[in-house]
Design a protein around this ligand. Structure first.
Ligand code: ZN
Length: 74
């Protein structure tokens, strides 16, 4: 399952959740304040579009920090 990033509108905390694709847009509860006033953060990898390069074997793509594409779903 892909990892999605969310931003809490109540306390501005960013957090990640692993969820099925069909639940990606459902409200995610903030782990800090338990507010459901959250929205999905736009993935940096997806917003780069065609400029994205993925090198095979390294386990990460161009825009991923931390050397893993687990965060951007690639
Ligand atoms: Zn919060």
């Amino acid at each position: 399952m892909p990892i999605y990033e969310y931003v809490c509108e109540n306390c501005s905390k960013k957090f990640e959740m692993i969820r099925p694709i069909n639940e990606a847009d459902k409200a995610a509860g903030c782990p800090d304040c338990h507010s459901t006033h959250t929205h999905r953060a736009v993935s940096k990898c997806f917003s780069k579009g065609d400029g994205l390069t993925v090198s095979s074997g390294s386990g990460g793509c161009h825009s991923c920090t931390g050397g893993s594409c687990a965060h951007c779903g690639h």
